[in-house]
Design a protein around this ligand. Structure first.
Ligand SMILES: Nc1ncnc2c1ncn2[C@@H]1O[C@@H]2COP(=O)(O)O[C@H]2[C@H]1O
Length: 931
């Protein structure tokens, strides 16, 4: 039960739900890290292939080098290496793969050759870079240091510039690495770019250190021609570069680069693994149990972009507001985003803090947009807005603001302005919002979120203190129209109605009120305009304008209402401007009125849709039954079922209502709905929580009328039932009530489980009848099997109960059979009775006493003393004297029943007689036993 309680408590569920969405976000991040790792792995593979190819290239270069030397010796021209190109085709790095458009175009991408070609291309690129740098160092090679440099040239360079400065070479390698890194960086996922840069810096430092070390190391280089050389080059250190720039040096360089690459990859891998581990860590209780933490922000790894202003890599955060709309984007330095700690968040962007220090006086909790406080506050803001919305046009057109009362109006104005200001400074920016499914409660972020929104801008503009212009004589205090910007607070009005719509029990009424208020406002505006026009033209100058008699607002409002609702009977316009006014008013009236009427109709029809559907269904069903001329009693019962079901559930099929919801929400709703019943199901009280969660989704509600049979004995069992409300009777033979079950009890499981050894297999073992109206949950056999297969304890509980019931029923049957047996016997004795003589040689004392008591010549005494003949005797009526004698015996002697019985069975002829007393006694005995 405890487990059920914990399962069913709604806060727990909501936490589970939130933690679900958080874990979803985690898993996304986890996946992307896995992808990064995969990419790194493929890079690693790529390097392995590169190493292979480099070995081949080395031998190839050696060949070329030899040939070139021969040619030079013979005065021939330089040979062009087949591998060389004038302009190395650009390489690109994407999704952990390297592309070379020139190569890709000529080879089938699936071909392994493509990879080799790409690798070759890289090698050429690297060689070219190296050559280029070396050429710069030597004027003799200026001509060949052009982009047209080929592989042979490089070898030449290596040969002819042995004395090149080592540092220059190291620089060239650095450059090469930086170039290749920058190419990769530009193509790599932006999210890891920053990390790459860091790694490169680290790498450069390592390389410099290596170089410094290398200077102190011994150098062992053999001439390229010797086979030993190639072996020895394997073991040479980086310092080889400084000794002899022979072709053998290139592989060393390449290996060095590869080594560095591997290092880099290793570091990347480690880093991503670390991130994954961090993600794997279970959430802290605060983060999982409460929506109030800033945990979601830790997960905000979105996409990196280059900041246009300062070239820093920044991250664009996309947020959604409480309504699920995109709340805008935030750019933040990439360094901050990987995994943010709450502390980091606190420190985040101190400038923002300074910029809006005006807000920082109000430290305090964030506000729940659906909480009571916030809604109450919104109500105050809405009232303030409505005040402005009604009063500004009213005071502008009607002469209601006089010198006498203007201080009152001004006080009211100040009050509502203060409300606006408080809302802007203290409330709105504290409102927490949803971001990627998490409530963001960080104060700085809520503030930023508010400031990003249009609402903030409108709120600021709405507070423009144009009222100051009152002091300018040209405007004066009557220039209330200066307060028009206050109407920009309309967003709060809408927000209030939207929130209220979600919170209150009957939103339809609210919607009608909102729609009516729009209509009234339109009429109000028309009334104000009518008075303003009349005043401008001169009150009472003709029949159309306001005459100035009566209460101006009431009269003008009535005029506007008649116009807007097209009631008519308004004074006829006579002049052009009057016609124009009336035309606009009529058009507006028709349009707005049609719109409003339509809206109200929609609202009402939505509110009553399910009821009208129900009515329609009832009508159709009754009509159908009438057409088929079904028995009146059946029709009455169907009607009864409709009425009761509707009263109980306000819907005929509850299941389809939740169809569109995701499974977890459906389960939560189902649990909340069925909590009462499930908590009473003793059978499942010890079962797994998960079992109940699964079970609850499969339950279907059914209603039975009084004396309806839920199932009948012998039927094939296809469903089992849990009683929600009402009483159910399990009937035995002759409609004997075996058990009465009530709320929380289960039945119908025996035939469903098909217990082995059960007498009837999958057949119902008893009739089950609804005593009154009862509401049952039905669980189909397939659903039960589907769930129970995973929960052994639940199956065991059901089976043990089923077996217990079977045993109980079997015992009952046995008892009944036993009870029936004597009666069967007596029926048999109608035909024949067998009496056994006492077999014992010693007569019982009582028998002796009987014999003594009997007259010695009486047949009975003779029989008793001589013994009876064993055999079957036909039963006949007992002689009258026997009965009398027996009566006497009974009366006079204190005999036991069995002795009496014996006596009664004995007659003087030694014949067996029918003995009704016996039968009666037997039945009595059985009854006593049963009792
Ligand atoms: N003696 C009993 N007491 C209570 N319930 C019973 C008894 N006998 C049978 N049932 C229930 O009545 C159900 C009839 O259908 P089943 O045989 O499927 O399962 C049966 C049991 O759940």
């Amino acid at each position: 039960m405890t487990s059920q309680a914990s399962l069913l408590s709604s806060p727990d569920n909501s936490v589970k739900y939130r933690s679900n969405s958080r874990s979803a976000s985690n898993s996304n991040l986890y996946k992307s890290l896995e992808d990064i790792q995969k990419n790194l792995d493929s890079l690693d593979n790529f390097l392995t292939i590169t190493e292979d190819i480099l070995t081949r290239e080395r031998y190839h270069d050696m060949e070329l080098y030899k040939r070139e030397r021969e040619r030079k010796n013979t005065g021939g021209k330089l040979l062009e290496s087949p591998a060389s190109t004038c302009h190395p085709p650009p390489l690109s790095f994407k999704n952990g793969k390297i592309f070379c458009p020139a190569v890709t175009a000529t080879f089938n991408p699936s071909n392994v050759q493509l990879n080799f070609e790409i690798v070759k291309q890289i090698i050429n690129n690297q060689n070219n870079f190296l050559c280029y740098d070396n050429h710069e160092m030597d004027e003799q090679e200026i001509a060949s240091s052009s982009p047209d440099v080929n592989l042979s040239d490089e070898q030449d360079i290596f040969m002819t510039h042995k004395e090149d400065d080592e540092e220059v070479k190291l620089k060239s390698m650095n450059n090469l690495l930086m170039k290749s890194n920058s190419t990769i960086s530009s193509k790599l996922d932006d999210a890891v770019m920053k990390s790459i840069e860091d790694e490169i810096i680290e790498y450069e430092r390592d390389m410099r250190e290596n170089y410094e070390k290398s200077e102190t190391m011994e150098c062992m280089i053999l001439p390229p021609e010797t086979p030993e050389k190639s072996q020895l080059t394997q073991s040479t250190s980086i310092s080889h570069q400084s000794s002899s720039p022979t072709p053998s040096e290139k592989p060393i360089t390449n290996r060095f680069i590869q080594h560095s690459f591997r290092n880099l990859i290793h570091k990347f891998n480690e880093r991503s693994r670390r991130m994954q581990n961090r993600l794997k860590r279970p959430p802290s209780p605060t983060s999982s149990g409460s929506v109030s933490t800033s945990t979601p922000l830790h997960m905000k790894l979105l996409y990196g972009v280059k900041n246009d202003d300062n070239d820093d890599v920044v991250v664009v955060e996309e947020g959604t507001d409480t309504d699920g709309h995109l709340a805008g984007r935030q750019k933040r330095p990439l360094a901050q985003i990987a995994i943010e700690s709450p502390a980091a968040l606190e420190k985040e962007d101190p400038n923002v803090h300074n910029q809006c220090s005006i807000f920082c006086c109000c430290n305090g909790p964030v506000l729940d947009p659906q909480g009571k406080f916030y809604i109450s506050w919104l109500f105050i803001v809405t009232l303030s807005f409505l005040y402005n919305a009604f009063v500004i046009p009213l005071r502008t057109s009607f002469p209601f603001q006089t010198v006498d009362n203007q201080h009152l109006w001004l006080t009211m104005d100040i009050v509502v302005d203060v409300v606006y200001l408080v809302d802007l400074l203290f409330i709105k920016h504290r409102k927490m919002y949803l971001f990627e499914g998490f409530w963001v409660k960080d104060r700085q972020l809520t503030r930023k979120n508010y400031m990003r929104k249009l609402q903030f801008k409108m709120d600021v503009v709405s507070l423009l203190p144009l009222d100051i212009l009152y002091f300018i004589p040209w405007f004066g205090r009557s220039a209330v129209y200066l307060r028009v910007p206050r109407l920009l607070k309309i967003q709060s009005f809408w927000e209030f109605f939207k929130l209220l719509d979600r919170v209150i029990a009957s939103p339809h009424i609210l919607r009608v009120i909102k729609t009516l208020s729009y209509m009234l406002y339109m009429i109000h505006l028309t009334a104000c305009t009518y008075y303003a026009v009349s005043f401008y033209k001169g009150l009472g100058i003709n029949r159309w304008v306001f005459s100035g008699k009566g209460h101006p607002y009431v009269r003008c409002f009535a005029f506007a209402t008649k116009t807007a609702t097209s009631i008519g009977k308004n004074p006829k316009p006579s002049e052009v401007d009057e016609y124009l006014f009336m035309t606009c008013a009529w058009l507006m009236g028709v349009f707005v009125f049609a719109l409003l009427i339509g809206q109200i109709r929609d609202i009402i029809s939505t509110a009553t849709r399910s009821q009208s559907e129900y009515k329609q269904l009832v009508d159709e069903t009754l009509e159908y039954m009438r057409r088929l001329q079904l028995p009146t009693e059946l029709q009455r019962r169907v009607k009864q079922w409709f009425t009761f079901t509707w009263d109980q559930q306000r819907s005929l099929d509850e299941s389809h209502i939740l169809d569109s919801l995701p499974a977890n929400l459906k389960t939560d709703i189902a649990i909340s709905v069925h909590i009462q019943t499930l908590s009473k199901v003793q059978l499942f009280s010890g079962c797994d929580e998960a079992f109940l969660r699964e079970l609850v989704l499969k339950l279907r509600s059914v209603i039975f009328l009084p004396m309806d049979y839920v199932c009948k004995k012998g039927e094939v069992g296809k469903e089992m039932y849990i009683i929600k409300t009402g009483k159910i009777e399990v009937l035995g033979k002759n409609d004997e009530v075996l058990a009465t079950l009530c709320t929380g009890a289960c039945f119908g499981e025996i035939s469903l489980l098909d217990i082995s050894g059960g007498p009837q297999g999958n057949r119902r073992t008893a009739d089950v009848r609804s005593k009154g109206f009862s509401n049952l949950f039905v669980l189909s056999k397939s659903d039960l099997e589907e769930v129970i297969v995973h929960y052994e304890d639940a199956r065991a509980a059901l089976e043990s109960r089923a077996k217990a019931l079977l045993k109980e029923n079997a015992n009952r049957d046995k008892r009944e059979a036993k009870l029936r047996r004597p009666s069967m016997l007596s029926v048999k004795s109608e035909e024949e009775v067998v009496i056994d003589n006492p077999k014992t040689p010693n007569q019982p004392k009582l028998l002796d006493a009987v014999i003594q008591a009997l007259p010695s010549n009486s047949p009975a005494a003779q029989l008793l003393t001589r013994g009876s003949r064993k055999g079957k005797k036909r039963v006949g009526p007992a002689p009258a004297d026997f009965k009398i004698e027996n009566e006497i015996v009974k009366e006079n002697m204190n005999l036991t029943d069995s002795e009496k019985e014996l006596m009664m069975r004995v007659n003087e002829n030694g014949k067996s007689v029918k003995c009704d007393v016996h039968k009666e006694m037997d039945v009595d005995d059985a009854k006593k036993k049963e009792d």
